[in-house]
Design a protein around this ligand. Structure first.
Ligand code: HEC
Length: 117
């Protein structure tokens, strides 16, 4: 039947179109640093805005301080964030291990680029 053929072609075309529309959306899927940035904004920026520390000024997230206090790698940062330290509370129960890993990588990356912009 001709009508059936038309419908089949129409549906095929529709699927092809949907795939085309979807492609750029998938390509823009969140990158890791986006997740890290999001977690940082929501949980850390309150005290560590622009890599500072509003509670204990010297214990900031700038590379010099991270070196000095030996939290200058992703594992050390993740461990501090998971367990907390001093006034800073632990995030082990609040964030997933993925979120902690991403926010730690984000902190290190920003520290290495001097917390610019
Ligand atoms: C309530 C304020 C507060 C929040 C919120 C907070 N921190 Fe902290 N952070 C501190 C304080 C205070 C210290 C210093 C701890 C100490 O050594 O006594 C610190 C220390 C650190 C350090 C070590 C810095 C250094 O120079 O020794 C890192 C890394 C860090 N925080 C990351 C984070 C991350 C990532 C988050 C979010 C998941 C976060 N902090 C949330 C207050 C906060």
């Amino acid at each position: 039947m001709i009508l059936q053929k038309i419908i089949t072609v129409a549906i095929t075309a529709l699927f092809a179109l949907l795939t085309l529309i979807n492609a750029p959306v998938l390509a823009e899927a969140e990158t890791s640093l986006d997740l890290g940035a999001k977690v940082f904004k929501a949980n850390c920026a309150g005290c560590h805005v622009k890599g500072g520390n509003i509670v204990r000024r010297g214990k900031n997230l700038k590379l010099k301080a991270l070196h000095k206090y030996k939290v200058d790698n992703v594992d050390a940062i993740a461990s501090l964030v998971t367990n907390g330290k001093g006034i800073m509370s632990a995030y082990g129960d609040k964030l997933t291990s993925e979120e902690i890993a991403e926010v730690s990588a984000y902190v290190l990356e920003r520290a290495e680029s001097g917390w610019k912009k």
